[in-house]
Design a protein around this ligand. Structure first.
Ligand SMILES: [Zn+2]
Length: 232
């Protein structure tokens, strides 16, 4: 499973619990960050990458990389798509997680578009002569910050604390300093906010904490009698 995200610390908020859960189940989970947050008010790109490596350990990731595209001005160019496609061919994920395709930050919806197109390119036999074609089977859109009905919700009750610890590895972003002023919630505030959001989604499937996802295609169910969740 590979999550592709615009900024270090994005996956820790949107789909980290699902990555941890996959790792705990024995799958190889990885994250490819597209930028190092060089336009961020706090910290430096080097520090953000260091912090993201620490977060990766908390999330039990088998791999984490950063392609260092320009932050806050991510562009869906042919070069960028090819870079991502080659990474996908190398890593061969069966499932790719992308940010939801609309949102406030242009990097997020651009990442969704670039990620989708790179997954397509990665499956083309004649893309290059050096790597084997590989196309992920599923693309999941992490919709935590999008005001849309999820296609499904993953129970992350047992992974929530680990995800929180991973997020707090970004001391430059969430530590208690006054640089950046009101933009950066302090640790207690961020914990309360993320718990409330995870609780909101968990509540929809009758568990404590959840992470929501949207898929564009219909989902096949093997056994409708064994389907989880209550309709009434
Ligand atoms: Zn972001």
């Amino acid at each position: 499973m590979l999550a592709i995200a615009a900024h270090p610390d994005d996956v820790e908020q949107t789909c980290g619990g699902t990555l941890i859960r996959a790792a705990e189940a024995g799958y190889r989970a990885g994250v490819l960050d597209l930028t190092a947050g060089d336009m961020g008010t706090r910290g430096t790109p080097e520090l953000r990458i260091e912090e993201s490596d620490a977060a990766a350990k908390h999330m039990l990731l088998a791999w984490r990389g950063n392609v260092r595209f320009p932050d806050a001005r991510l562009e869906n160019t042919l070069t960028a798509r090819m870079t991502l496609a080659v990474k996908i061919r190398e890593l061969k994920p069966r499932v790719v997680i992308l940010p939801y395709w609309t949102g406030r930050h242009p990097d997020h919806y651009r990442c969704a578009e670039m990620g989708y197109e790179a997954c397509f390119l990665a499956g083309l036999k004649k893309l290059d002569e050096y790597s084997e074609p590989h196309r992920p089977q599923k693309i999941l859109y992490a919709s935590l910050y999008a005001d849309v009905k999820p296609s499904f919700i993953v129970d992350i009750s047992a992974q929530f604390e680990r995800r929180m610890t991973a997020l707090l590895s970004y001391v430059s972003q969430y530590g208690n300093t006054s640089e950046g002023g009101d933009l950066f919630p302090q640790e207690g505030e961020i914990r309360e906010r993320l718990a409330a959001i995870a609780r909101f989604y968990g509540n929809q499937i009758g568990v404590k904490y959840g992470e929501p996802f949207v898929v564009k295609e219909a989902i096949e169910i093997e056994d409708v009698v064994a389907m989880k969740g209550r309709s009434i």
